[in-house]
Design a protein around this ligand. Sequence first.
Ligand SMILES: NC(=O)C1=CN([C@@H]2O[C@H](COP(=O)(O)OP(=O)(O)OC[C@H]3O[C@@H](n4cnc5c(N)ncnc54)[C@H](O)[C@@H]3O)[C@@H](O)[C@H]2O)C=CC1
Ligand SMILES: O=C([O-])CC(=O)C(=O)O
Length: 274
Amino acid sequence: MRERAMAVRMMTVGVAGLGAAGGAVAARLLAGAEGLRLGAVSVRDEARARAALPGFEGPFLAPDALHAVCDVVVECLPPALFRTVAEPTLKAGRIFMPLSVGQLLAHWDLVALAEAHGGRIVAPTGALLGFDAVRAVAEGEVRSVTMVTRKPPAGLAGAPWLVRNAIDIDNLAAPLRVYQGSVREGALGFPANLNVAAALSLAGVGPDRTLLEVWADPTVDRNTHSISVEADSARFSMTIENVPSPGNPRTGRITALSVIAALRSLVSPLRVGS
Ligand SMILES: NC(=O)C1=CN([C@@H]2O[C@H](COP(=O)(O)OP(=O)(O)OC[C@H]3O[C@@H](n4cnc5c(N)ncnc54)[C@H](O)[C@@H]3O)[C@@H](O)[C@H]2O)C=CC1
Ligand SMILES: O=C([O-])CC(=O)C(=O)O
């Protein structure tokens, strides 16, 4: 049993970017998800996308045009394209569901834009876990939130933080801590790797008070994120070990499934969890 039964309404979903996450989201919607309809997609290579989504008859549109035919637009693009889809979607009063959540920290004015135009930004839990508990304790006193990420070195390669600081993670024989500090700096230093940390911070005590460690770890084969929380109401720690996506080792396979779960929450008559 999952949160579903009959959907209360039908929502048309646009997917911007059909890579590791977006491709799986679109395929799942196309296969059928109650109350949700794949309305349009944005791709760079239409012929390839048509082959990957047989049976899809909707339009292929630019990322900044999806909002015209969709109630909700899921952003699954490289982080640099975040704003090009976020801004028009929110100005149109639609629901914007970002995966490049770290970009919100650098484009915070979008929250006011959403408010001004009746739009909503709904960030899924993505490749992390435990946001229900984090949101709950944040209603009380939180002493600390810490996240430790371990990824196989290939999943961190090319991150701007590593390049800027000349940190070499090729041929590591042992785990190397490559970042320790606030989520604000970390999420932007690893824009394609640590959107989960940005989302955690926004669910809880914000990007300046949420602390982050990043390890390039040749001993793990899964993207592993651990969070520890100390609050007046509870203490908890949790770990998720994500299977990397076939198309992109940076991205856990659970990411697309989390988007589908978040989309179901928008239309289902029964919603479980805060
Ligand atoms: N919030 C979370 O938990 C997670 C967030 N992410 C983030 O989600 C985003 C997507 O991740 P992936 O699917 O793994 O990336 P990906 O690199 O596999 O896919 C991006 C896709 O966008 C397409 N694209 C590029 N320019 C385009 C354009 N102008 N118009 C249409 N499509 C275009 C590319 O061709 C590619 O297919 C990234 O920013 C990633 O960092 C990834 C994993 C977890
Ligand atoms: O899939 C993961 O492990 C997390 C990730 O890439 C991100 O947050 O951008």
